[in-house]
Design a protein around this ligand. Structure first.
Ligand code: AMP
Ligand code: GLY
Length: 421
């Protein structure tokens, strides 16, 4: 089988490694992949947002199965176009990917189908939004409507910060067109849980839960990033809460999307907050999380390709999806200065024995040498019988890897370990 994976980060590296476990996966192409993925797949220099280029490559190459991993091509309709060419895909069509593509769509869906989430108001007019935050409770959560690479969320502690955020989004277009409309949300508190799920639009199978560490600095300080590390499972997510989420959030969401004529097939990511009033949805993503995938897929015991194909065929109920009992930790090694400004082009040294546990995100090959090319450079993982062992293994490996300007948080998993006691 010829398989194509669209994307080029650590998440895609983890997906590709798992797909390769199936002997049917003879050739895997990554579009565009990266310098590290090149060790596991054939990288093709076609950008993940170049929908026409992706479709042309798939048709000319005779791709048998496509996995579209990042949000932009999903929202742009890559799956719609590939399916129109007869190529089976893993990933939602654009009409379902809108659940991530428009925060306003997601909020309206939750309101209509009584799915628990933060109360919110929507604005497309700056003056009306400014007037609202004069009396809104603080902190106020201000979100740009469209995709903003996970950075379009500002938690304003003061009215000045709220005004600045609104002007930045709606006037200066700090997040581009996605700031045309904004959502102002009630501030929720409680531990956050990421639950990725497989769904074929009828059946929803949650994967092992995980916890992201979104802030750049230790102790959850500093700016929000794409994610500085993850652990799975998330100890705050008890079997009782899982059962409640299935009843109040997961199934209602899948049914709502179907009822709206937007059947969701692929990986639906539930970003949840466990508030004193119960679990609430913070965000939906129409795809695997990054770096959640790097800790969830290593724990998947079932064959990923088989599960994905069952999703595509609408037969998810008939395949087993099993996870191992242990834990996994991923430490992101980043370039100093991320998420703002950083230098790149530094040589990366990874000992041979550590490589199978490293997912490469922002690195390129220069004369055969792996060099840094992005903010988040590597995800270094450890598996263990329990969380403590997984964290230890991940950090032992991280310490063996070096590149100039490397930074990483030393406290990935600590909050979860404190919770476990
Ligand atoms: P999002 O991009 O929607 O996941 O938001 C990024 C981060 O902002 C989340 O992971 C939360 O930590 C925080 N956040 C988003 N919405 C809220 C909210 N309503 N209350 C508190 N924190 C929030
Ligand atoms: N790690 C959060 C995300 O993938 O959006």
């Amino acid at each position: 089988m010829k398989i194509m994976v669209v994307g080029g980060g650590g998440r895609e590296h983890a997906i590709i490694r798992k797909l390769k476990e199936n002997p049917q996966a003879e050739t895997i192409f990554a579009l565009p992949g990266n310098g590290g993925i090149a060790a596991d797949a054939q990288c093709v220099p076609i950008a993940a947002t170049d929908i026409e280029g992706i479709v042309r490559f798939a048709v000319e190459t005779g791709i048998d199965y496509a996995v579209v991993a990042p949000d932009d091509p999903l929202v742009l309709g890559a799956v719609n176009r590939l399916e129109a060419e007869g190529i089976p895909c893993f990933g939602p069509r654009s009409e379902a990917a809108i659940i991530e593509g428009s925060k306003i769509f997601a909020k309206n869906l939750m309101k209509k189908y009584s799915i628990p989430t933060a109360a919110c108001e929507v604005f497309d007019d700056l003056d009306a939004a400014l007037a609202f935050v004069e009396t809104a409770p603080l902190p106020a959560v201000i979100k740009a409507d469209g995709l903003a690479l996970g950075k379009g969320v500002i938690i304003a502690e003061t009215r000045d910060e709220a005004r600045d955020a609104l002007r930045g989004m709606m006037l200066d277009r700090r997040f581009g067109k996605s700031g045309e409309r904004v959502v102002i949300e009630e501030f929720l508190t409680g531990p956050e849980v990421s639950v990725l799920s497989f769904t074929d639009g009828e059946t929803v199978v949650p994967m092992v839960s995980s916890m992201d560490h979104k802030r750049a600095g230790e102790g959850d300080t500093g700016p929000n990033t794409g994610g500085m590390g993850t652990i799975a499972p998330n100890p705050f997510y008890t079997p009782e809460i899982a059962e409640r989420c299935m009843r109040e959030i997961f199934l209602p969401t899948i049914r709502a999307m179907k009822a709206e004529g937007r059947t969701f097939k692929g990986c639906l990511y539930f970003g949840l907050m466990l508030t004193p009033q119960g679990p609430k949805v913070i965000e939906y993503n129409c795809r695997f999380g990054d770096p959640e995938t790097q800790v969830v897929l290593p724990l998947l015991e079932s064959d990923l390709l088989t599960v994905m194909q069952a999703v595509t065929r609408g037969e998810l109920a008939s395949v087993p999806v099993r996870f191992a009992g242990g834990a996994c930790c991923c430490v992101v090694m980043a370039s100093a200065g991320y998420p703002t400004a950083y230098e790149k082009g530094f040589a990366i040294t990874i000992p041979e024995a550590v490589r199978p546990f490293v997912y490469v995100a922002g690195a390129a090959l220069r004369d055969g040498q792996l060099v840094t090319s992005g903010g988040r450079v590597l995800g270094v993982t450890g598996l263990g019988d329990d969380l403590r062992a997984a964290v230890r293994a991940a950090y032992e490996r991280t310490a063996q890897i070096s590149f100039e300007n490397a930074v990483y948080r030393r406290d990935i998993g600590q909050r979860a370990l404190r919770m476990e006691g």
